[in-house]
Design a protein around this ligand. Structure first.
Ligand code: NDP
Length: 483
């Protein structure tokens, strides 16, 4: 049995699951089991909900400055253990430690700090009537809410949900992915040290179909904020709808990166375009997996792009020189390899990668895939329509703006697009025509936490970030006073 058994956080105490059932947690770089996480049942969820219901009125009545202080304190505790968190996140998810240290953990700290500050300065509307009355909007917390997050950016997305939920005065039942449960478990332990009252934050670990489903079904949970796949999102929506729960669904994407002949393609810009396809092994919902390139520069661009992709180093996530680590699980490794096989079957030319990578030493049995670039596939192939969520990018030529827009919009998804051009008018025009929740111009993954974040079409419903998240986690009530 591995030495580390993670605990649930319920009612302010670290607890084993009631049924004493456990799930193995693997290290993707080695394939070895290094921990176990609770395989919590509906009874554990119920215990967490009872604790949350007890805690919710007191937390809602706690002055906003005190709620903010506790969130800042939690952020401080995580920041003080940045290295430990980054190493754990890497071990659990396969991502390079350096990436976790640069991106995931600092961003988790920022999420907590951002919403702690945002809620203190949050304003609500008032509407005066000339006939002698005034309306104001009271925003009340919902009570007990559910937060369900995926495995690709484990602590980053976990805090993206729990921070606004807690800041706006709700008691929370949160579930990280069973594939990457470790950093949320550590955060849970630190939340006790930070001084959160028992029951305000509950973390129930377990499988999506068991624990996650129990959270979505529980009648006392008033809202669910979910980030994950489109398929699971649809199932959650079907379960939650008859109970009229509020839902925020951040789902998958098949994002285009669009490069025009007039783009300023410095080395730095090209590095960003490469990163937009392969950062975190391509396991970021915002990754640009379809690279549309204007035909007049296609050959020349392809040559420069491929040289950079071929120089990416797949290696032990603990090694500072590794650009890409391991895929998160053997199941996901198999899925991505099947997608590459399908790209070949559909007639795709593999320009680089296309295979698993065998490493030596401690990583011999790890789940590594070479960064893969494919061309000669039309936009309607499965490869260009379905989310792969791995280090696979297709190259697609286009002739003009109209074709670029048609190709970019031509999937069922609508999460994010990036556009590379020096033509400002084109940038504005296309920004208005691209059917995506986020359009980046001459950049990628540049995030301002105040902006609305989310997708359209099959990429989700609702927006998170800034005031959108605080609005989601509260119920507006109009108070009308005649004077
Ligand atoms: P899943 O949909 O499989 O799982 C997401 C979370 O939901 C996990 O915690 C999972 O638990 C849980 N879950 C699974 N089934 C249910 C259910 N029936 N009821 C309630 N909860 C359930 O997604 P992945 O973890 O595979 O994450 C990858 C996906 O997330 C990709 O499609 C990606 O695009 C998307 N994503 C979207 C983002 C966005 O902001 N739009 C950001 C990041 C990722 P468990 O894992 O334990 O089974």
């Amino acid at each position: 049995m591995p030495s580390t058994r993670l605990a649930n956080l319920i009612d302010g105490r670290l607890q084993a699951p009631l049924d004493d059932r456990w799930l193995d947690v693997h290290e993707p770089a080695t394939g070895a089991v290094f921990a176990q996480c609770p395989d919590s049942s509906a009874a554990d969820v119920d215990a967490a909900v009872h604790a949350a219901q007890k805690a919710a009125p007191g937390w809602a009545a706690t002055p906003v400055e005190e709620r903010a202080r506790l969130l800042h304190r939690l952020a401080d505790l995580i920041e003080a253990r940045l290295d430990e968190f980054a190493e754990l996140e890497s071990r659990d998810s396969g991502k390079p430690v350096a990436l976790a240290k640069r991106l995931d953990i600092p961003r988790a700290v920022s999420n907590l700090r951002f919403f702690a500050s945002a809620v203190v300065g949050w304003e609500s509307e008032s509407h005066a009537m000339e006939t002698g009355a005034i309306n104001y909007t009271l925003r009340r917390p919902l009570g007990v809410v559910g937060c369900i997050s995926p495995w690709n950016l484990p602590l980053y997305l976990f805090t993206w949900k729990i921070a606004p939920a807690l800041a706006s005065g709700n008691a929370v039942i949160a579930k990280p992915s069973e594939v990457t449960p470790c950093t949320a478990a550590l955060l849970g332990a630190l939340s006790i040290e930070a001084g959160f009252p028992p029951g305000v934050l509950n973390i129930v670990q377990g499988r999506g179909a068991g624990t996650g489903q129990a959270i979505v079904e529980h009648p006392a949970i008033k809202a669910v904020s979910f980030t994950g796949s489109t398929r699971t999102g649809a199932s959650i929506a079907a379960t939650a709808a008859p109970q009229f729960k509020k839902l925020s669904l951040e789902l998958g994407g098949k994002n285009p990166a669009i490069v025009f002949a007039d783009a300023e393609l410095t080395d730095e810009h090209l590095d960003t375009i490469v990163r937009s396809g392969f950062a975190n092994q391509g396991e970021i919902c915002l990754c640009g997996s379809r690279l549309l390139v204007q035909r007049s520069i296609y050959d020349q661009f392809r040559e420069r792009y491929l040289a950079k992709v071929k120089a990416l180093r797949v290696g032990d996530p603990q090694d500072a020189s590794s650009d890409l680590g391991a895929m998160v699980s053997s199941e996901h490794f198999d899925k991505v390899m099947r997608c590459i096989a399908q790209a070949r079957e559909e007639g795709g030319q593999i320009l680089c990668g296309g295979d698993a990578v065998k490493l030596n030493g401690r990583c011999t049995d790890g789940w590594f895939i070479a960064p893969t670039v494919v061309e000669s596939l039309s936009n309607d192939t499965q490869t260009n329509q379905q989310e792969i969520f791995g280090p696979v990018v297709t190259l697609i030529p286009f002739d003009d703006e109209a074709e670029a827009i048609a190709l970019a919009n031509g999937t069922g998804y609508g999460l994010a697009a990036s556009l590379w051009t020096r033509d400002l008018s084109r940038a504005h025009r296309m920004g208005a025509h691209l059917e995506f929740g986020i359009v980046w111009i001459n950049c990628w993954l540049l995030r301002d936490l105040r902006t609305p974040f989310g997708g359209s079409k099959q990429s989700g419903i609702g927006r998170e970030g800034g005031g959108e998240a605080l609005r989601f986690f509260t119920e507006p009530r109009n108070i009308c006073i005649r004077y």
